[in-house]
Design a protein around this ligand. Sequence first.
Ligand code: UDP
Ligand code: MN
Length: 619
Amino acid sequence: HTQVFPAAVVRVRVSDALAVREFIAAAPNSAPAHPWEFYQYNVRRSNAIGAFRALPDTRDTSCTTRRYHLTAAQLVRSRVSIIIAFHNEARSALIRTIMTLYLRTPPRHLYELILIDDCSEDIELLPALLRLQLPPFMRDFSSSATAKSSRTHTRSAPSAASPQVTIKTARNKQRSGVIASRNRGARLATGDYLLFLDSHCEVNIGWLEPLLVRAAEAAGDGVIAVSPVLDGIDAESLAYTASSNNLMGGFDWNLHFHWIPRPQSIQSLQQQQRPQHFAQNVNAKTAYLRDSGWEDKLFGEARMRRNTNTAAMAFKSPTVAGGIFMITRDWFFKLNGFNPLLETWGGESIEFSIKLWLCGGQIEIVPCSRVGHIFRKEHPFRFPNGSDSQTTYLRNSKIIAESWLDAYKYFFYASKPAAKHISVNQTDIQLSYQLKSTLNCRPFSWYLLHVFPQLKLPNDDFIAFGTLSCAELCLQITNRATNIDIDIDIVSQVHMSSCFHSDVTHWYLHRQHSQLRASSGACLNVERMPNRTNWWRRPTRPFNFRVVLQPCSDGEDVGENVGHYQKQNQRWLRRGGWLVHQQTQLCLDNPLSDVVVVSHCRFAAPTQLFRFAMELQRL
Ligand code: UDP
Ligand code: MN
């Protein structure tokens, strides 16, 4: 009892094409003077194309000859709920997304289509869509309206054997953003799988079958999310072009999404070695890889394809492809969906990807599945609440870093210092911690080692950084170092205190100039005690010294006369767990309660053992 998917045969009736023209023309501002202005793509071209067009078959030829089988048991668990959230989408782009879905998806899998209008200006769009006399919308009104705030329509079945497509729609009264809207769509869904799609896509021939087959196959190994390869639809010409088979989703320490070349062979991932070889000239989007010198000149893409012979094989990816993916509904909700704390747009698919990998799942890109997507250079929409895209993205990124990156979050802060000043409610972060403990999720270090070794540690500047603790306590600055040039008792400015409060100090031990710098910008130093008589008789007696905060000296050597601002005095050496002040050769010490001093280094003295949250060299 296996199911063989039939080849898709597509024909659009003339009357349907006319209905679509009317629908598009009825949009407010349907023929704008500046075709780019509102949508950030050429809406005139998009309108001219209409609901459907032939697309080049961009799959590897081996995909087209393969047959995609589902067993009878798999088949009954393959109902797909497609979720599309949209805000101010051109009618033509949205209807094309829907019509390609309808025409290029086997009816038995297209279980329901969920459209969430995120408070678009075109308030007539959804009602007009539902009035269309096109096959996906022709429906039996007697079975409408189930969910309270949403509308449900079922296509009337021409014959009892043909399954029905349910269309559920909802409109947000207020702009909620893609994250909340997709979550809302997911809550309306009742299928076995959820599949998230943008509202300016064209699914290509045979797109769903390989996703379903791969998801079913891999289900035995635990949960899996699968993504298609996203082919490019040019924002100006609307031309459809194939994307590389060899790109996975990834991100940098800013938590910005990037396409990155996948490792040269599947084996290298399975053996969990650091992949050595990357494709060359894969895509302009990988330029940042070239900049960081990660590319191996020896391996062009053609050579990679020849060597691996995996053009049709699904491959692991650190993140889903641009937020377009399919996962079982069960697991989507087990993972709490998209983190509802993230606002408007940005980071949610990176967050979802990280938590999926860490909490027992995996992600694959299925190259035989192709979906076209209009890639835009600018956001066509505003960010609500007086925010802008950068601020929103930064705040979302901070929540992701605080939730999932453990101590590696300091790499994020190192590349995005502005994020430190954004306030995030700690009780909010607790939600992710709860999820982590309920699902027994792995630490981020596992992800770096086994899933995303391409994300290199930016360890050039620092030997170590993060909170600096001795036993249970952390080295902490009080008074926020505002008065450090004024002659006050600066001893009180550093002390040991609990590591578990929101304002705990982060320290950075610089590789080159060995300064131990606090996030506030001050540097730790050792200074002779004032008012202490006879100190010169025994100048290295530790109690003649105290640990102080000073402005960090910068530039090269500042000369003899600058006294305690000399950079040399600000040098600290990492020896095992010790932090040794270079000039005095004394060790940082926490002899009792909150006191921090320097004292003679003693072998294995627990009060002298300090740990940074992130140590980038072996101790
Ligand atoms: N979107 C939305 N509400 C918003 C912003 C975006 O529903 O506030 C929709 C948008 O119409 C699109 C999807 O979310 O269907 C993803 O947004 P976009 O395409 O701008 O993201 P990109 O593809 O550029 O990553
Ligand atoms: Mn998009």
